[in-house]
Design a protein around this ligand. Structure first.
Ligand SMILES: [Zn+2]
Length: 481
């Protein structure tokens, strides 16, 4: 027993007879037009090709070699379907910004196209209350499969919407994730049925305890494993974190990335083989492969903090984004994009262009990115930081800080005093954006005991609280340098 099952939905939620005939016409047309170069600007691919969404939890963009990292965490460039190989065949987005450093809130944003405060999943205990764009795939006749190695994404939290099969695995079981999903996808591919598939890998989420032989890829010894106790201890007492400790933990984190990359390579190669066995050509001729992460990770960057949920800095909010399909010219796209706008772009052909990129932890802490600038804002002045594990360690946010990412990509040097006009302008934008948000009240899953759910999540290393009050950002006139 491998510990997880793909739960199938009743056939009635698939397609009606008339929809089926409509689908037949649409799909027959689709296959004959496969040679047509897809235009990524107008969402032409939906209906034309299968969609394979691959996400990796807690994967920081700048720890991948195709985002400039010095270590080969993404496999061998020459090996088909390694992440490095995929990146070389992709449109790579150099700056993709997640809205928050938490799994359910960020992934719910990906699937709804909305900011966390707008879809209700502001914590891992509060379900998403808006429709998933996965439904659109189902409406168009796709067979939608998801298998996710993160237990906070359990059925009922909203992400299961639109999927015919939706399964959850524990991180310890994720080595079987690809195998299970391939088994479910193979008959769909063999039948030529439109397929939308989402696989979510949990490595490199803490604990950083990569399996052998990857464990020794970037560090001399695998022990001690970087578990919650060790990582929390550095945050509780940052002076304990030595250069050697940091190097060790980062080596294990990188080995976790390599582990995920190798599993994904096997999975994508398996999908490719399934298409070939069905005499349909290869994976990229048939499918759009979208690779991304829900958020990154701090690696002792500030306050001795490893993990992600407390942070709105670039180590956590900058995520990788690759899109690959045959006919799409590989390129590096320098334009910044918001993670939650990717699916509306692919599904509806909405514009990806956006000038400013908000991030927030509930309504208590904010980040705002525009051009080379990052504004950080803590309107309540709370000195403790977000209520996330370990809650007894502080992660103070400045009331206002400004960082120039051109010279300071890790956002460590506050230049707000030197650029008050930039702060004023960004604060005005943040305030206006907040004013336009249609904020949903977060609710707990009906029928669940919030306290029991909190305890369950705390055991997994999560903690969630939902605020009683909203703390809006300051009006720009309240900013006095
Ligand atoms: Zn996550």
């Amino acid at each position: 027993m491998l510990g997880f099952v793909l739960r199938s939905r009743p056939a009635s939620c698939f397609i009606s007879l008339s929809a089926f005939f409509g689908l037949f016409v649409f799909w027959a047309g689709a296959t004959s037009s496969c040679s047509k170069p897809p235009n990524p600007q107008i969402g032409d691919w939906i209906g034309e090709r299968d969609f394979i969404f691959i996400s990796v939890d807690t994967l920081r963009a700048d720890h991948l070699p195709f985002y400039g990292y010095r270590r080969q965490t993404a496999g061998d460039l020459e090996e088909p379907f390694s992440l490095a190989w995929l990146a070389s065949r992709s449109q790579l987005f150099e700056q993709c910004w997640a809205p928050v450093g938490k799994t359910l809130p960020s992934l719910a944003s990906f699937w709804t196209g909305l900011f966390p405060l707008e879809h209700g999943a502001i914590a891992n205990t509060t379900p998403m209350q808006k429709s998933s764009l996965a439904q659109k795939f189902q409406d168009m006749g796709y067979h939608n499969l998801a298998l996710l190695a993160n237990r906070t994404l359990e059925e009922g939290m909203g992400l299961e919407q639109g999927f015919h099969s939706y399964g959850i695995a524990a991180k310890e079981k994720e080595s079987f994730l690809g195998e299970h999903l391939l088994k479910a996808a193979k008959p769909i591919i063999a039948d030529g049925e439109p397929l939308m598939l989402w696989a979510h890998w949990m490595s490199p989420h803490q604990p950083y305890s990569p399996p052998e032989p990857q464990a020794l890829a970037f560090t001399a010894q695998a022990e001690p494993a970087a578990d919650n106790d060790l990582l929390y201890s550095f945050h509780r007492n940052p002076s304990l974190l030595t250069f050697q400790d940091k190097k060790h933990c980062i080596g294990l984190y990188d080995a976790e990335i390599l582990t995920a990359a190798q599993r994904i390579q096997v999975f994508l190669a398996g999908l490719d083989q399934s298409y070939r066995l069905a005499s349909r050509g290869g994976l990229l001729e048939n499918a759009v492969v979208v690779f991304f992460s829900d958020h990154g990770e701090e690696l002792g960057d500030r306050h001795g903090y490893f993990l992600h949920a407390k942070s709105l800095y670039s180590s956590v909010l900058r995520v990788p984004l690759l899109i690959a399909t045959s006919g799409l010219e590989p390129s590096r796209n320098p334009d910044p994009v918001a993670l939650q706008r990717v699916l509306p772009w692919l599904v509806h052909g909405d514009s990806l262009q956006q000038k400013s990129f908000p991030g927030s932890w509930q309504t208590e802490y904010y980040s705002w990115r525009k051009d080379n600038w990052t504004l950080i804002h803590n309107p309540s002045g709370n000195p403790d930081g977000p209520l996330e594990p370990p809650v007894d360690a502080k992660y103070p946010y400045p009331k206002v800080a400004l960082f120039d990412r051109t010279s300071d990509p890790n956002e460590l040097i506050d230049v707000s005093k030197q650029h008050p006009e930039v702060v004023r302008e960004m604060m005005a934008e943040l305030h206006a954006w907040f004013g336009d948000l249609k904020i949903l009240e977060a609710i707990f899953l009906p029928g669940t005991d919030p306290q029991a759910r909190r305890e369950e999540l705390a055991a997994l290393g999560y903690l969630d609280e939902v605020p009683d009050t909203l703390i809006p950002p300051w009006k720009p006139e309240n900013w006095n340098p």
